[in-house]
Design a binder for this molecule. Structure first.
Ligand code: GLC
Length: 797
């Protein structure tokens, strides 16, 4: 955004001709080998390389044969595949088991179809092109019913059709509004829904990229400032397939420690030990669960990372230990800027060992951030990442297991908001400018930090929070959406933003609950906390000069409701944790838009104010002030109001009541959900697992439940518990089974309570073929069965 009419100077008109793009032209020659095709065109070179039957990589380089080097986003090597090539006068045809690529020779244009012959990605007449300014661009045909999702962290609504978006990691304090599209994260990837089917594209380019789904109705384009036009096409056909395909290329989120999923409290800043201890005491006295407290920049000595201010925090080790005994983790902030101070060991080490970003002539780049003039580690080098990671033993030796990375776009207090783009990064022996690598800098800081923590934590899972990121950031960090404000509009915006982060392979994300800047208030914090109960990441955080927004800050009435919803988070954790495990295996998000589950339902295409947790739970928060009802769309099927057990017909909109203490929650009829109990933190023992069964005639309800120790990597060696709950309702007979599929870990709970909703009292409840004695009718509509946990393990025999 630019102030003043200068922004619309006639010379600034931007179109294909003005930009002097040159199309790639005709095909001149080609070679084919195994799973790849190399083409020489009139004005450029093209490589097509299959990674899997359902994933193809396409690289266009205007000047030379494409390099197969990828950015560090990519973790997959191409599979060995059997690709068939055929040719006629006008076309070459490449075929895998899932994709066919038609290559038109004159001009060189691509058309990609899936195994049903459905064209998914097709070059528009301008196809691939480049210009002397080193830009590379690609135009694709857009169908009338194309809808676009993903693109990482973007403002505005869910469906990005009609948006033009820039990817350039930027520290934007204000405003976050529809005009600001370059925020802290750059995920140059999107998923298209076309007539209920999905496919995806990932442009692996770490310079500035632009996606224009707005200017024309016939085509869209994506382009990069410099580098190769290097993109992957994912075949789909279901939205979840695209996520699996994209995360096969860019990696999956590792299973986080359970404490990272609890409620977290932060403020810029809790300034000294006493304040932190009082805060914890307050949570205890008020019986509000808490898993983590954050230390913002004031904990440091003059904002020097890897230090504590001796006056404010005289004994961090004791503090961390004491809090740990209360089940609370301490998460300090670590920014990339290292204070220029010849007497400061991190600065000394960085300078002595050549570890800071520098210009081509060797001069170290310095920029202003919180500590004043600072140097920035060159995270593009493995050696330097290792140095940075190892430095974290400063924190882990104190018992710290979580770190918060901020300002890692990198943010610099100057006109451009970032590092000089002329800085030359080391990039593991393949030097590149900051212009070329800007968007991956923050993620590489995350990689350094996560790997360093992991190495230091003796088998415990690290937790890392990051503001900046690039595709693949999910492998290292949780993403929070930066400096939002205590506006209802920002609560509204957080839904599509987090849903699209989830659609971009980042399942673990959330906004600052209550809003970061400006002053929150009781009603806003209450509604925001209700929403936060179900955001994958749940942290209340606010800025220096704003009013306090801890749960009790706005009086008892609000406090009680806020407390109830923080407690609800803990009740829902056994369900949420299973979904996290699913996300770590399949890449599908925990919090998801309805369109992911119901892509054929037009009502879901741009549904931005309600979402799903997994496949069966629908959440419709209140997002405006003084509002005690709202419209909720329920897709086809039958739905149960979680609070009242009232049954509602799907396939239509409903007006639902939502007093200030009600977050509208709906459970799909025919499903099973698992819940735990209210706890002071995730460290407390889970004594009972409650299984809610919402049976539906003729449709078996199934839930695969996962559990492990929640803190170590032992699950990777099989130390986990997995069982499948199943309920079938047929002719007034309900058959419930519990199949333990894996029990190398023994869950903590001592009993399972099965609550069957919506069935008459004369219904037979049969558990794994045995009628249970302990059946109790709680209400006419709900039946309870209690089973001791040891019986779950023997019930199969
Ligand atoms: C940035 C972060 C914010 C943090 C502040 C001080 O604005 O986005 O969360 O509190 O810096 O470190």
């Amino acid at each position: 955004m630019q102030d003043g009419s200068f922004a619309i100077l006639p010379e600034k008109e931007s179109n294909f001709e003005n930009k002097n793009y040159k199309r790639i032209g005709a095909l001149l020659s080609y070679t084919f080998e195994k799973n790849s095709l190399e083409i020489t065109g009139e004005n450029g070179y093209l490589s097509l390389l299959f990674y899997r039957d359902d994933i193809v990589r396409i690289i266009m380089n205007p000047n030379t044969f494409p390099s197969r080097q990828t950015s560090l986003a990519v973790v997959m090597e191409p599979d060995q595949l059997n690709i068939i090539i055929t040719e006629n006068k006008d076309e070459i045809l490449l075929k895998s088991n899932k994709l066919s690529i038609k290559i038109n020779k004159q001009p060189l244009l691509l058309s990609i179809s899936d195994d049903n012959g459905r064209v998914i990605v097709e070059d528009a007449p301008n196809g691939m092109a480049s210009n002397k300014q080193k830009e590379v661009i690609c135009f694709k045909k857009m169908e009338a019913d194309d809808h676009f999702y993903g693109f990482g962290e973007k403002t505005s609504f869910l469906d990005k059709r009609g948006e033009k978006m820039t990817m350039w990691n930027t520290d934007i304090y204000a405003p976050h509004n529809p005009e600001i599209d370059a925020l802290y994260q750059s995920i140059p990837y999107f998923l298209t829904i076309r007539q209920g089917k999905a496919h995806g594209i990932f442009l692996d380019n770490t310079s500035k990229t632009v996606f224009d789904m707005k200017t024309s109705n016939e085509d869209y384009f994506f382009k990069a400032d410099t580098g190769q036009l290097d993109y992957y096409v994912f075949a789909g056909p279901k939205p979840k397939d695209v996520l699996e395909q994209y995360t096969a290329i860019t990696g999956k989120m590792p299973l986080p420690p359970k404490w990272a999923l609890g409620y977290h409290q932060s403020r810029y800043s809790y300034k000294n030990e006493q304040e932190v201890r009082e805060l914890v005491q307050n949570f205890k006295d008020r019986d509000i669960p808490l898993d983590a407290i954050y230390l913002d920049i004031h904990y440091m000595d003059g904002y020097r990372v890897f230090t504590f201010d001796e006056d404010r925090f005289p004994n961090p080790r004791q503090l961390v230990q004491d809090l740990k005994e209360e089940g609370i983790h301490v998460v300090p902030i670590v920014d990339p800027g290292v204070k220029e101070d010849p007497e400061y060991f991190v600065y000394q080490e960085g300078i002595r060992n050549n570890q800071f970003c520098k210009y081509l002539d060797g001069q170290v780049y310095h920029g202003d951030v919180w500590p004043g003039n600072s140097a920035f580690p060159d995270f593009t080098s493995e050696k330097i990442r290792k140095w940075w990671g190892e430095n974290h033993n400063f924190y882990t030796d104190l018992g710290i297991e979580g770190i918060w990375n901020d300002m890692n776009e990198p943010s610099v207090f100057n006109e451009t908001k970032t590092m000089d783009v002329k800085v030359m990064h080391e990039n593991d022996g393949d030097p590149k400018t900051h212009r070329e690598l800007h968007n991956i800098y923050g993620m590489l800081m995350g990689k350094a930090t996560y790997e360093g923590l992991k190495q230091n934590l003796n088998g415990n899972r690290p937790f890392l929070l990051t503001r900046a990121g690039y595709a693949g950031v999910q492998r290292y960090a949780t993403v929070w959406t930066g400096d939002n404000r205590s506006f209802w509009e920002h609560l509204q915006m957080a839904l599509p933003m987090c849903m699209n982060l989830g659609m971009s392979g980042i399942p673990f994300c959330g906004p600052d609950v209550g809003g970061f800047a400006h002053d929150s208030n009781g009603q806003l914090l209450t509604r925001w906390t209700q929403f936060g109960t179900f955001t994958p990441y749940f942290r209340n955080h606010c800025e220096l000069n704003s009013v306090h927004q801890e749960p009790w800050s706005f009086g008892e009435e609000y406090e009680n409701i806020i407390k109830k919803y923080i407690q609800e988070r803990y009740v829902w954790l056994p369900y949420i944790y299973t979904l996290f495990q699913e996300a770590s295996i399949l890449g599908v998000p925990v919090m998801r838009p309805l369109v992911m589950e119901y892509p054929n339902d037009e009502n879901t295409l741009n549904l931005s104010d309600q979402f799903m947790i997994g496949s069966d739970l629908l959440i419709a928060p209140i997002l405006t002030p003084d509002t005690y009802h709202r419209v909720v769309y329920l897709p086809k099927g039958n739905w149960i109001n979680y609070w009242t057990n009232e049954e509602l017909k799907g396939g239509k909109h409903h007006l639902v009541e939502a007093a200030i203490d009600i977050l509208p929650i709906f459970v799909k009829k025919g499903s099973i959900i698992t819940q735990g109990t209210v706890k002071s933190s995730t460290e407390a023992k889970e004594r009972k697992l409650t299984v809610h069964v919402y049976p539906e005639e003729e449709k078996p309800s199934i839930f695969r439940y996962y559990e492990d120790d929640g803190q170590s990597f032992a699950y990777e060696n099989g130390d986990y518990f997995e069982c499948v709950f199943k309920a079938s309702l047929k002719e007034r007979s309900l058959d419930i089974t519990v199949d333990v599929e894996h029990s190398q870990y023994q869950p903590e709970w001592e009993e399972i309570e099965i609550l069957i909703h919506g069935v008459d009292s004369d219904m037979n409840n049969i558990l794994n073929g045995k009628i249970q004695d302990g059946i109790e009718h709680v209400t006419d509509e709900t039946t309870r069965i209690i089973i001791a946990s040891q019986n779950i393990f023997t019930v199969n025999n």
